[in-house]
Ligand binder design. Structure first.
Ligand SMILES: [Mn+2]
Length: 424
């Protein structure tokens, strides 16, 4: 299924007068809107291949129907999102859920939709059919060397797949840890994990990055071997310049100050990328910005400040990806909402009066500092995000157009009601 540009044009035509009025007002409230719009046009957020199907919990999964049945159909779904918002121009593959059989055909299909391949993701958190050794007691940390070797070989295979597709980074998330006190020797688990990561790191092409994602708990609930940013930092520091920490917003203990973590990792040149989602209790994998949009803004404020301090390119120097699950929403609508929330938070951060904030900080003017941040947060930037889409040939209101075109009904017709996507 494809969305013709004439459909997007006629949708935009209907909303144009109202949009332009809002844009004029926004430009009267915010300085340098042109600069912000240009940065928004460049900013792209990768969609993971496992987010196109309905998510579930260990209690059940309520599939929505019309889900992609193959990697090709997943690429087509991301293509639909990108046609609607022109801000989802990359796909992140999960191996072995999405192993390409014909790399050239897959690359051609992706480029037809204007997509590139973002980080490839390995999976040693579950056993696959015909796998020799089990990961029940961990993978890179395992006390059994043969099991560690198998997990290392899998990661190297994922790198090879990524090379074929033009990816430039590998994301490693480990479920390794322990369920009960005494189960694991922490020091040996760390040393085994480091040794395994060193073997994977040695297989990286020179221009690649390795992202080490941390998570405080689940599926192990007593200890996790890469549990927080400090533990990830400890590994990536030893591995070398190509190894960086990846921050997933749902992987922290409650009330962690994620914006401060981001700032320090950037300062140390060890922030590699982001997995966006929102949460109330743990790794809820809710739509980005659904619950804590102010926190998302504060995180972007530190990202912009820290990247500018290092002279980094906002669009290309970090990996930006959504990592969410959609139990009761149409996954496509949920992803459109997440991308919108991320773009709004980014636009708000770009609109912060940084010179005034620096003066307020240097004068210990706490009230003024809060006024500056909250003015940026409370000023409506949605017209800037919409204008970036308009100039890119995308829809002024992607969710509205998705519904008006009955995209999901079209996917039902193509794929049926009982299709289930591979993934979570
Ligand atoms: Mn993640």
């Amino acid at each position: 299924m494809l969305i013709g540009s004439h459909k997007i044009d006629s949708h935009n035509e209907e909303l144009l007068v109202s949009h332009k009025n809002k844009l004029v007002f926004t430009a009267s409230e915010i300085a340098e809107t042109e600069n912000i719009i240009q940065k928004l046009i460049e900013f792209q957020i990768a969609i993971p291949s496992w987010a196109l199907g309905t998510g579930g919990t260990r209690f059940g999964r309520f599939a929505g129907g019309g889900e992609p049945r193959s990697l090709e159909e997943k690429i087509e779904d991301v293509g639909l999102l990108h046609a609607l918002n022109k801000a989802s121009g990359a796909i992140s593959l999960h191996i072995p859920w999405d192993i390409p059989t014909d790399h050239n055909a897959i690359k051609t299909l992706a480029s037809q939709h204007g997509l590139r391949f973002d980080a490839v993701n390995s999976n040693t958190f579950q056993d696959q059919p015909n796998q020799e050794h089990s990961y029940k007691f961990g993978s890179l940390q395992n006390v059994n060397k043969a099991i560690r070797k198998q997990a290392v070989a899998h990661n190297i295979e994922v790198i090879q797949q990524g090379i074929e597709l033009g990816s430039e980074s590998l994301t490693v998330w480990l479920s390794d840890g322990s369920c009960f006190p005494g189960q694991l020797n922490f020091r040996k688990a760390y040393q085994n994990t480091l040794e395994s990561l060193e073997e994977i790191y040695a297989a990286l092409p020179s221009h690649w990055k390795l992202f080490l994602e941390y998570k405080c708990a689940e599926p192990n609930f007593y200890s996790t071997t890469v549990a927080d940013w400090g533990q990830s930092y400890s590994y990536v520091k030893k591995l070398g310049d190509k190894a960086k920490t990846l921050v997933d917003l749902g992987h922290h203990l409650p009330n962690a100050n994620i914006e401060q973590i981001v700032s320090l990792l950037l300062m140390e040149d060890k922030l590699g990328g982001f997995h966006f989602n929102d949460s109330k209790y743990g790794d809820d994998d809710l739509t980005a910005g659904a619950l804590k949009p102010y926190q998302l803004f504060l995180i972007f404020n530190e990202l912009v400040e820290g990247m500018d301090a290092r002279g980094m390119n906002h669009a290309s120097d970090l990996g930006w990806m959504i990592d969410a699950s959609h139990n009761v929403k149409d996954p496509m609508e949920d992803l459109l909402q997440s991308v919108e929330a991320i773009m709004i938070a980014y636009a708000q951060a770009l609109s912060v009066d940084k010179k005034a904030l620096e003066i307020a900080q240097n004068e210990n003017d706490v009230v003024k500092a809060q006024e500056i941040l909250q003015t940026a947060y409370r000023t409506d930037v949605r017209a800037l995000v919409a204008e970036a889409r308009l100039r890119s040939g995308a829809a002024l209101n992607p969710v509205e157009l998705y519904r008006k075109l009955s995209v999901r009904d079209g996917l039902f017709a193509e794929r049926g009601f009982k299709t289930v996507a591979t993934g979570l």
